[in-house]
Ligand binder design. Structure first.
Ligand code: DGL
Length: 284
């Protein structure tokens, strides 16, 4: 079974793409709605909350957990992989944690994991990437660092958009979210001084309002669809780790379950409105 975690509803965008891509695996989604949003919390809290959530998913039988949250990936991903996972695996082995920022940067820079240093044509890449994300993700500088490793001449212009996640989580009116998205897009365009080649929606909540970003952005700016690139990234990961395929991680009968730390009926209602289909959450 594979677990996908987010602070709230945002990870459902990634989860949906993963389930569609790998329909035979067993999937478990966990939204920590009781503590959402994570995006403006101190790093230490994000790490603690993420560790607690991943531990719950391991306890539930997930061997692989995907952090379907940029905020958690940005400040907790590496720390948990390097400092906590070895102690978990010393007791019962085989657990893995994957983040979603590396596959996103690989896709947008067209520089896969196997490229260890900038080579032609990456070293001539002077693209400007507009990054819309949470305060924690922007403050971490992870996107800038990951892009710089691959394409040193490319530029990331990032902007924290702290109003959007609370609006999305509360199921706000579309007009209200459109106005907020437009203000952020305009602010980023002023900051960048040029029209970016790409807009990275670096928060998994934002694909839920991708149409509002599309309407606010100049038409020539391409939007990176993070759910699809995360699904591509998992496909690539499984191809490189044949041991995972066929193990308990990637076996199953296509069971899909949803859990929340929040109020299941309200979380299910909002998820239904967002995704346009019924999703029943249980308490976790
Ligand atoms: N969906 C999460 C992300 O990708 C963060 C939302 C939050 O602020 O909790 O960053």
């Amino acid at each position: 079974m594979i677990g996908v975690f987010d602070s709230g509803h945002g990870g459902l965008t990634v989860f949906t793409a993963l389930v569609e891509r790998f329909p035979r695996y067993d999937w478990l989604y966990y939204g920590d709605h009781a503590h959402a949003p994570y995006g403006s919390r101190p790093n230490r809290e994000v790490v603690e909350l993420t560790q607690t959530a991943v531990a719950k998913l391991f306890m539930a039988g997930c061997k692989l957990v995907i952090l379907g949250c940029n905020t958690a990936t940005a400040v907790a991903g590496r720390t948990l992989q390097q400092e906590w996972l070895p102690t978990v695996n010393a007791q019962r082995g085989g657990h893995r944690i994957l983040g979603i920022i590396a596959p996103t940067v690989e896709a947008v820079t067209q520089t896969p994991w196997s490229v260890k240093e900038p080579v032609f044509p990456q070293k001539y890449n002077t693209d400007v990437y507009a990054l819309f994300a949470t305060e924690v993700t922007v403050r971490s500088g992870v996107y800038e660092a990951e892009v710089a490793k691959r394409c040193p001449k490319a530029r990331v212009v990032s902007l924290a958009c702290p109003k959007l996640v609370p609006l999305i989580e509360s199921g706000a009116l579309k007009a209200q979210m459109a106005a907020a998205a437009k203000i952020y897009v305009d602010e980023l365009l002023v900051k960048s001084g040029v029209i970016p080649q790409w807009a990275i929606l670096g928060c998994t909540h934002f694909p839920l309002i991708e149409d509002l970003f599309r309407a606010a952005l100049p038409p020539q700016v391409r939007i990176l669809s993070q759910p699809q690139v995360v699904a591509d990234g998992l496909e690539d990961y499984l191809a490189r780790h044949p041991d995972v395929v066929g193990s308990r991680v990637a076996s199953g009968r296509g069971a899909v379950q949803y859990f929340t730390s929040g109020e299941p009926s309200e979380v299910s209602r909002v998820a239904g409105v967002m995704l346009g289909r019924q999703i029943i959450f249980g308490r976790f």
